[in-house]
Ligand binder design. Structure first.
Ligand SMILES: C=CC1=C(C)c2cc3[nH]c(cc4nc(cc5[nH]c(cc1n2)c(C)c5CCC(=O)O)C(CCC(=O)O)=C4C)c(C)c3C=C
Ligand SMILES: [Fe+2]
Length: 422
């Protein structure tokens, strides 16, 4: 039986719901429920060759594509992501782009239910939907190419340059972004390949990045994910239950002003490939690493004490009179309370693309942050981090992109329809 996973949890990757689902606790707060539209997933799940063995709920879990929000934003982070940016082929017009968005939306909905597209390569034949999501975004260049400058939302401006970034333009920006996430690598590949085939003649791949995080069930109990520096990463994320969550993460009336009414309920995503200088990081002992972040490495608790969920005591001083959470500690420099409440939903993934010629890992963080307005979220925070974050010495920003993700769509419509057909 296919399971439907509802959106909404912290974006930290805290996988409580998904682990409960995997344990078969369908009654957990009603969060994992039997799915409508699960006919195909159900038939796949029960296609057990007569052995009686069943797919676990990891394979059968389905995330609905249709709704007021696109999936893949507040959806608890799946184990894998593939980010693919596209540029329109020369000559592609608004109608061609609209037709592509309809094909992509219809196919994403079917794949999310575990259905197989026509002329399928059968790559994921045996697998269930595995929490597959596809999330679509538009870059600023798309509006210029399609003559839609008057409908471009005000915050979709080129990001400013930041000190010390080393950006590769060929792996930055793009007319469109497709974020595919899922709990199975084959399922993700299948979706990426299917969507790419549908784009032939309309848009071509500009860049692609692949990321991973912890698989559901890898830990004994639900835990916030760790990044490749070994830190618990995601603790400070806003929670979907916060009173102002929607206003901070999704575009409201102000952001949809002018000709951008179509964007109301959408969200901006900043994508940065940030390489970690892991050999240099490993040279620090654990107390020094904790000093850089302001949190303990083992538990993720603030260095001022307590557990992961304890509020940091930013005023506390040690016997030497120095602030226990240092002036340049990453959490102090980035926290909303020191940045005019600047808030992002960080939903990043690790990447590892082998080793560089000097033997250092080509590895780090695909920083993916969702927000209602990057001018009040990512930009001021990154400006401050670039000036005085102790972590800066151990990371390099290599690529950058800003995209606006339209709101979700109901069945029968496609993502971006209000923009492309208005
Ligand atoms: C511009 C925004 C940010 C960038 C870029 C960024 C890069 C980055 N961060 C880590 C590791 C951690 N970040 C943590 C917290 C944290 N980071 C940001 C913003 C950016 N990080 C914010 C807003 C916060 C939350 C601060 C708070 O409210 O307390 C943490 C602590 C745990 C957590 O809250 O997630 C870690 C660890 C890396 C490795 C990195 C670049 C590679
Ligand atoms: Fe951070």
């Amino acid at each position: 039986m296919a399971k439907k996973k509802q959106d909404g949890e912290n974006g930290s990757g805290l996988s409580r719901r998904r682990l409960l689902g995997a344990a078969g606790a369908a009654g957990a707060g009603g969060l994992v429920v039997g799915a409508a539209g699960g006919a195909v997933g159900a038939s796949m799940a029960s296609d057990d060759g007569g052995s009686g063995a069943r797919l676990t709920s990891l394979g059968t879990t389905a995330v609905p594509f249709h709704g007021t929000r696109q999936p893949g934003i507040t959806t608890p982070a799946q184990a894998r992501t593939v980010l693919v940016a596209y540029d329109l082929e020369p000559g592609t017009d608004r109608a061609g782009t609209a037709a592509l968005m309809r094909r992509w939306s219809d196919t994403a909905a079917r794949l999310g239910r575990g259905e197989r597209p026509d002329a399928d390569g059968q790559v994921a034949l045996d697998a269930g939907p595995s929490s597959l999501t596809a999330t679509f975004g538009f870059g600023g260049s798309l509006f210029d190419k399609l003559g839609l400058a008057d409908r471009r939302p005000g915050a979709l401006k080129a990001l400013p340059s930041f000190p010390d970034e080393e950006l590769d333009a060929t792996r930055s920006d793009g007319d469109m972004l497709v974020q595919v996430c899922g709990d199975d690598a084959l399922v993700c590949f299948h979706a990426v390949r299917t969507l790419q085939r549908l784009a032939r003649g309309v848009a071509r791949v500009r860049w692609q990045m692949t990321g991973f995080t912890r698989s559901p069930g890898a830990t004994l109990r639900p835990m916030t994910h760790r990044n490749l520096m070994g830190q618990v990463d995601g603790t400070g994320n806003p929670q979907t239950g916060d009173a102002d969550f929607d206003a901070k993460i999704f575009i409201g009336d102000e952001g949809a002003a002018g000709g951008a009414a179509w964007a109301r309920g959408g969200s901006y995503v900043v994508v940065r490939r940030i390489r970690m200088l892991l050999d240099a990081w490993d040279d620090l002992d654990v107390p020094a690493q904790e000093h850089v972040i302001g949190r303990r490495k083992d538990t993720g608790a603030p260095v001022t004490g307590g557990d992961e969920r304890t509020e940091p005591d930013y005023g506390r001083r040690g016997p030497d009179g120095r602030l226990v959470i240092a002036e340049n500690a990453h959490i102090r420099v980035s926290a909303p309370e020191f940045n005019r409440d600047a808030t992002m939903l960080r939903r990043g993934y690790s990447y590892h693309d082998g080793f560089r010629p000097d033997g250092t890992p080509d590895a780090g963080l695909l920083f993916i942050a969702w927000q209602a307005d990057p001018r009040q979220g990512f930009v001021p925070v990154q400006q401050k981090l670039a000036r005085g974050d102790a972590l800066s010495a151990f990371v390099r920003h290599e690529t950058s992109g800003l995209f606006v993700a339209p709101p979700g769509c109901p069945e029968g419509r496609y993502v971006g329809q209000e923009l492309l057909e208005a």
